[in-house]
Design a protein around this ligand. Structure first.
Ligand code: SF4
Ligand code: SF4
Length: 198
């Protein structure tokens, strides 16, 4: 990294650098505008212009290492696999996992989460919770997309039922269905109205 005393005079007064930046931005703008107009008339089709992806209606395919949003995995009997051990909440650097543990009616199961919530506005999607879990009870899969629309903090708090439903949808209807649901909830989002969980 260059130290301030290594900068030339023109770099130190910033003006030339600002002009250089504007030239790059302006050059890109006019190039793209020209190409998009040319494409509309069937010209210069071989030269691609930059486009903005209208996410979430349009989206690029995600690589297998993309870390999506959370889901709570299920046992064979469809109940939550989580044992409310709090290791994920302890490992979470953003302190955004809230768990309330309860005694399970089945004596062979020590505890289960009465309440399990993730405040996704605080989450930094680091995956530490997944790493910390000793029983593969929480996952972040490529196909699970974070919610993109909401009008209150409550819209972005994902509770146990939302997190478990994702696993059910994935199991019963396939990974693509979760993306469809997220897009659907985005389209239905209206200011001042509660948003149905995806
Ligand atoms: S991904 Fe990171 S920040 Fe988000 S809930 Fe898990 S541990 Fe916390
Ligand atoms: S998700 Fe895993 S780490 Fe977190 S409380 Fe449940 S069992 Fe423990």
């Amino acid at each position: 990294m260059r130290r301030p005393e290594d900068l030339s005079f023109s770099e130190r007064i910033y003006v030339t650098e600002v002009i250089r930046g504007l030239l790059v931005t302006g050059g890109r703008f006019w190039r793209n505008l020209f190409l998009h107009i040319a494409h509309a008339f069937g010209l210069a089709k071989r030269t691609s212009a930059s486009v903005t992806i209208q996410y979430p209606e349009q989206y690029l395919s995600y690589g297998p290492d993309y870390r999506g949003s959370h889901r709570l995995t299920l046992k064979d009997d469809d109940s939550v696999r989580c044992t409310a051990c709090f290791l994920c909440a302890t490992a979470c650097p953003a302190r955004c996992i809230n768990i309330e543990a309860g005694e399970h009616p089945d004596n062979t199961v020590e505890k289960f989460p009465l309440r399990y919530e993730i405040d996704t506005l605080r989450c930094i999607y680091c995956g530490m919770c997944v790493e910390a879990c000793p029983c593969d009870a929480i996952r972040m899969d490529t196909s699970v997309h974070p919610r993109v629309a909401g009008y209150s903090r409550a819209d972005f708090i994902e509770d146990k039922s939302v997190l478990m439903d994702r696993s059910r949808v994935m199991r019963d209807q396939g990974e693509g269905k979760l993306m469809e649901q997220m897009i659907d909830s985005y389209k239905r989002a209206k200011p001042g109205e509660a948003i149905a969980d995806s």
